[in-house]
Design a protein around this ligand. Sequence first.
Ligand SMILES: N[C@@H](CCC(=O)N[C@@H](CS)C(=O)NCC(=O)O)C(=O)O
Length: 227
Amino acid sequence: MQCLNKKFTPTLYCNTHGVPSRACLLTIRNLGIDVDLKYIDVFKGQQNTPDFVKINPLHQIPVLHIAEDNHILTESRAIMMYLATFMKSSLYPTNDLNKRALVDSKLFFDATTAHPAVKSFINQIIRVGVKKMPSEIRENLKTLLNTLEYFLSNSEWIAGNELTIADFAILASVESIKCWGATFNEYPRLNHWYERCRPLPGFTENHEGARKLAEKMAKLLDEPLWK
Ligand SMILES: N[C@@H](CCC(=O)N[C@@H](CS)C(=O)NCC(=O)O)C(=O)O
């Protein structure tokens, strides 16, 4: 991987519990970039402090700050695209328009379908405070797993036959589902993909973040997280 010939010291405001933060961290670890990490504890409301709100008025992480350009970037997928493009990495292909469009397509799928399904499961417990999960929220996750199984019947990785940042976006969500107790026995292709992700840099960090969030959630629900 080559880097543009300029000093580059990005800071990522993030939290390893959060799915979008973990997708960015997987990207950073796989690109081998040295990033200054500033952890924001959303459970303690650190996204609401005046200093953080100056950085992101939407009170959300992750946020990337590139000091050299005084540039602030929000939205996890935009951050992933930026970093991989900056590093000229094939994890986000630049030369082949069709390959790149396929990655974009899966990132949009993640933003509009995969992550919202996972986030609403989390929010039902953390924000709404349900003790039993509404069945339609569980159904959305099963539909998501079926869709991922279908994607993987046509390609080895989420967006084609090469590893891309789309895999990191999806892995961040899938790791949460796994930590809630899903076995993926009914989804052999997804299971195979998950096992092939295991040796990737940042896999354990992603797992640990998802596991800690799952632990918190399990204490709040009066039934198993996954059933
Ligand atoms: N679309 C955003 C979503 C980011 C997001 O949902 N961040 C959550 C943590 S996982 C957050 O900052 N929540 C704090 C809040 O909304 O107060 C992205 O992909 O970056």
